[in-house]
Design a binder for this molecule. Structure first.
Ligand code: SER
Length: 313
């Protein structure tokens, strides 16, 4: 059994990943960590450590203490917040990655998972069915950190043999955790507002199409890429990954099937420019071929589950 450390375990993806990895690898083999006690469900779910991802010795002492061999580095500043704090986004996203890659290079750990994003693409990238290998000129600080991070992951694999694996997540949607500071966050907020107020003012325009994915699919992809045999992982920068693409208008129609009174209005803000720079749909054939990626949720299935789970809660 691997001995796993999740850094950023209280965040949008980390919190759900913590519970899934405990199921897969055993309760005591998964150590959750974050910079603060930001999610009490996670903190109380088992072994929890305070770890500062930007401080090498903080990460290193947790690795030593628990004899960690695998790190999932989920701490990051997302696209919208990153535009407000460019230097902080650069520092957090890059220094945490170097600390973890260096721990692997120096033999303290064996395996690394690091998430990339559709934000690696930019306005000059082909927008429809965006291929794995294409023009990448990101215009957000977040996208720049993910693009540079991908280059370093591949470099550490090729030059030092580090087993690092990565996925370019699309916008992620879950009823369990709220996102924080992303451009795709509207697709989560809209469900909460639909249930509470039967209306939502969207910060993106109605025809802004973006690649999206239900969290269960994203977590399964994360577990499966890490379980695959090393020689199956042919891409060591990061894999394109896709499930569905939709616009705010289409999501609103899917919600109206369950909540007919629901009404959406549009007031695009600075996040519109970020969304306009990203692809509308993603070609993920390499992930499907190399490690058998398959998605389960489309917009209808996701919407039915989001609404019934949020209503129960
Ligand atoms: N969900 C992220 C964001 O919007 C994209 O990776 O920033």
């Amino acid at each position: 059994m691997p001995k796993v450390l999740i850094i950023g375990a209280c965040g949008q993806i980390g919190s759900e990943l913590t519970f899934k990895l405990k199921d897969v690898y055993g309760y005591d083999n998964v150590i959750a960590s974050d910079i603060a006690y930001n999610n009490l469900d996670v903190v109380n779910s088992g072994i929890f450590e305070i770890v500062d991802a930007q401080d090498y010795s903080s990460v290193r002492s947790c690795v030593d203490k628990h004899k960690i061999d695998t790190i999932y580095l989920m701490a990051a500043m997302l696209s919208a917040t990153g535009e407000k704090h460019p230097k902080r986004a650069w520092d957090l996203n890059m220094s945490s990655l170097f600390h973890v890659l260096n721990l692997a290079k120096d033999g303290f750990i064996k395996h690394v998972f690091w998430p990339s994003s559709i934000a690696v693409f930019g306005p000059t990238t082909p927008k429809q069915n965006t291929p794995q290998h294409t023009i990448m000129e990101p215009t957000t600080v977040y996208g720049i950190t993910k693009q540079v991070g991908e280059r370093w992951c591949e470099y550490y694999h090729d030059k030092y043999g580090v087993d690092v694996r990565s996925i370019r997540y699309p916008g992620l949607i879950s009823w369990k955790t709220l996102p924080g500071g992303g451009t795709t966050d509207y697709a989560v907020e809209i469900y909460h507002e639909a249930i509470k107020h039967k209306s939502y003012e969207c910060f993106l325009s109605e025809n802004t199409e973006l690649p999206m994915m239900y969290m269960d699919d994203a977590i399964n992809a994360t577990v499966n890429i890490m379980k695959a045999p090393s020689d199956a992982i042919k891409i060591r920068s990061s894999y394109n990954l896709a499930a569905m693409s939709f616009t705010p208008a289409a999501l609103s129609e899917a919600i109206k099937v369950h909540i007919p009174e629901f009404e959406i209005t549009y007031r695009p803000d600075y996040r519109q420019g970020i969304a306009d720079s990203w692809p509308k749909s993603i070609n993920d054939s390499e992930a499907r071929q190399d490690w058998n990626w398959q998605h389960d949720y489309d917009i209808e299935k996701m919407t039915a589950e989001m609404i019934s789970k949020l209503q129960q809660n």
